[in-house]
Design a binder for this molecule. Sequence first.
Ligand code: ADP
Ligand code: MG
Length: 407
Amino acid sequence: SIDVDWLDAWDVEDGSAQARALFTEVFDAAPDGVWSAPGRGNLIGEHTDYNGGLVLPFALPHRTYAAITRRADRTVRLVSAQEAGTVVTVDLDTVAPGTVTGWVAYVVGVAWALEQAGATLGGFDVAITSCVPYGAGLSSSAALEGSVAIGLDALFGLGHGADDAGRQHLVAACIRAENEIAGAPTGGMDQAAALRSQEGHALLLDCRSLEVRQIPFDLASDGLALLVVDTRAPHALVDGQYAARRDTCEAAAAVLGVETLREVTDLDAALATLAAPGALDASGQDPEVTARRVKHVVTEIARVGEVVSLLDSGRTSEVGAVLSAAHASLRDDYEVSCHELDVAVDAAVQAGALGGRMIGGGFGGSAIALVRVEDAEQVAGEIAAAFESEGLRAPGFLVAVAGGPAS
Ligand code: ADP
Ligand code: MG
């Protein structure tokens, strides 16, 4: 039988101690404090965030830890155990879009965005470490931003971390950091999951109003578990695909005369409008492709509502079929899956999973499968075996339990 690579989460004491130890080793003093924020899974609602739609992410127990000390000047010194452990120094006053690259941008970008929003910060020393799988579609980037945001909020006395309204302010800063300083055009779900989740709950986020509802999410009580598969697929030649999907959605919304595809209430009528001769000519978008993109977004938003009703009414096992429908839509209509993701989902379902789908932006990253608790190991084993027989890199696995937010 095949080895299954389980990606265990650190407990909070251990993660904090590791960040503290790294800080002390590098900066030769104890940090003022240690803050952390989670990576996330997403039960349903993919590529809906930037369309003003609904998403249903949840915090993973896997977290990024930031040990931080305030400085009296405007210097930032940073070190990450995941980035060779070498110290990088940045002058906070030089941070602007385009001036910083690489992982450092996510950290100083948060400080920049908080100051852009009116806060006065100062320099700081920060040591980072993390057990969130890196670049696996489980949002290590927002975990990093969230740990720094909640830490700076506490150290500089901004007071946003205390309640959900304040946390929305931190979310906005993290989004700006990622979009404008790190240069990654993400839609906002990840940062909300890192900062606004609650333990034991999935976060129903309306990306138009930014309102949230905490949905009790305890699969174990129904004898179920959510298996997460990090496919470890290399992201090749996909630069620009995310931006292209966003462009198509925006072009379709413009033709339909709506601000975002969230406003589409009648899919057939919308598709008829888009199919009218010449409707998309000015946008340069292909009508057949655009129709499939719109169909995915509109049906995916509906699937979020469907999953919430199933969870609300205790019909948890029926969520599996909705996940599989979402996967087909992402694969065939939105065209953001890849071979590894399809192998993971197909092997999971063949091994007895109730359903599954790719999560995250796509073209690699992770998939989820809803399984009976007693089947989790078996399903993981069969996915690993399918990867091996396809000659693919061995995937990593974790069983998701909804963890707590940045703290
Ligand atoms: P994902 O968010 O799915 O993990 P991204 O490409 O959005 O993937 O973010 C990964 C990037 O975030 C890394 O390449 C790195 O720049 C930064 N990052 C995430 N975690 C850390 C960490 N612990 N230390 C340093 N940089 C990190
Ligand atoms: Mg990310």
